[in-house]
Design a protein around this ligand. Structure first.
Ligand SMILES: [Zn+2]
Length: 201
């Protein structure tokens, strides 16, 4: 079967197959669908991918997704003050919390969690600028929404210890978050409760 497909199709199958949850069969469905839809559909996909590659950058303030190196919509939103910053492991967690509509502060996206075993140290989290803002007094609360895993806990402990000498309230989402579980997969109600019942560290 492999040999009868054009090289370009094989290459696309390989790329789709790298996406989470997409095996070769699903990748094949996607590729055949695109081919069936025709040039316009393929061109649109190519254009979108090109736009993402060229325009999407990390927000210099929160490391969330932004465009062309500018600050993201959340950081620029005048309704959201800099006093409360919710620290999340990834963009998906940020989106899950946003979907609750409960939180009106800003975020800081780590993209990775502290892990001595994987060689991820504090420097690679990019937290320096957030700690600077806390030092300058513009942050009143840090909400730690890292997952209840060993790495999530290590990261939370590191953050709370680093700001321990500052007048910053540090809270942690706990209630309803399963041990070992990720924030991203919590249903809206559970996440809302975890947020409202956040515990002071
Ligand atoms: Zn931002």
């Amino acid at each position: 079967m492999t040999a009868i497909l054009p090289q370009a199709v094989e290459s696309l199958l390989r790329v789709f197959g790298k996406l989470p949850g997409v095996g070769r069969r699903t990748a094949m469905r996607y590729v055949l669908h695109l081919i069936r839809e025709g040039d316009a559909c393929v061109a649109e996909l190519a254009r979108c991918l090109d736009d993402v590659a060229r325009q999407v950058t990390l927000c210099p303030s929160c490391q969330g997704l932004s465009t062309d190196g500018r600050e993201c919509h959340i950081c620029l939103d005048p309704q959201r003050g800099p006093e409360s910053v919710c620290i999340v492991a990834g963009i998906a967690d940020l989106l899950a919390i946003e979907a609750t509509g409960l939180y009106q502060g800003r975020y800081f996206v780590l993209h990775r969690l502290l892990s001595p075993l994987k060689g991820v140290g504090p420097a690679s989290l990019g937290l320096g600028r957030l700690f600077e803002r806390a030092q300058q007094g513009s942050v009143e609360e840090l909400v730690l929404a890292t997952p209840l895993t060993a790495e999530g806990e290590t990261t939370a402990t590191y953050v709370s210890r680093t700001v321990a000498h500052l007048p910053v309230r540090v809270t942690r989402l706990a209630a309803g978050v399963p041990v070992g579980g990720s924030i991203e997969y919590l249903d809206r109600l559970t996440l809302s409760r975890a947020f409202e019942d956040r515990k002071e560290l």
